[in-house]
Design a protein around this ligand. Sequence first.
Ligand SMILES: [Zn+2]
Length: 154
Amino acid sequence: MTDKTYGPDKLTINQMHSNKEDADAAEHLYFFTGDPCKWGHIVPRMAVNGRCAECSRLSTSKYYTKHRARPRKLLTKEEKLKKSREYYDANRERERARDRERYKKNRDKTIARTMAYYLENREAILEKRKEYRRKNKEKIRLKSRAYYLKNKKN
Ligand SMILES: [Zn+2]
């Protein structure tokens, strides 16, 4: 194991300096402290950043595996547009279906609630209606006239 060399200067661990400063001064790429890194690798460290050579190797290979396994597919503008339209359509359908379902489920309840409210507040509602009619006589007259004319034409 001690014959293993590191970097372009092919230094074995025995030939390396034990600290970053000496390695820098000798223009070595690696130095070796003999202490494990936080992941327990007892290997040389890189003089440029003090990083464990094994950690560095692992993170590099992990990076390559990840990016080679799942290459990013670049979509054209048209594909992107098509995709978002599909997504929109799919979700709109889903939302609509959900609304229909909700309505169906609550229809009886809604009607019952409205009826109950009406019966309970009949007097007040009728009173309000009367008052509205009194206050909006002209508006109602025009409206019913418009309604009349429209239905006459048909
Ligand atoms: Zn390490």
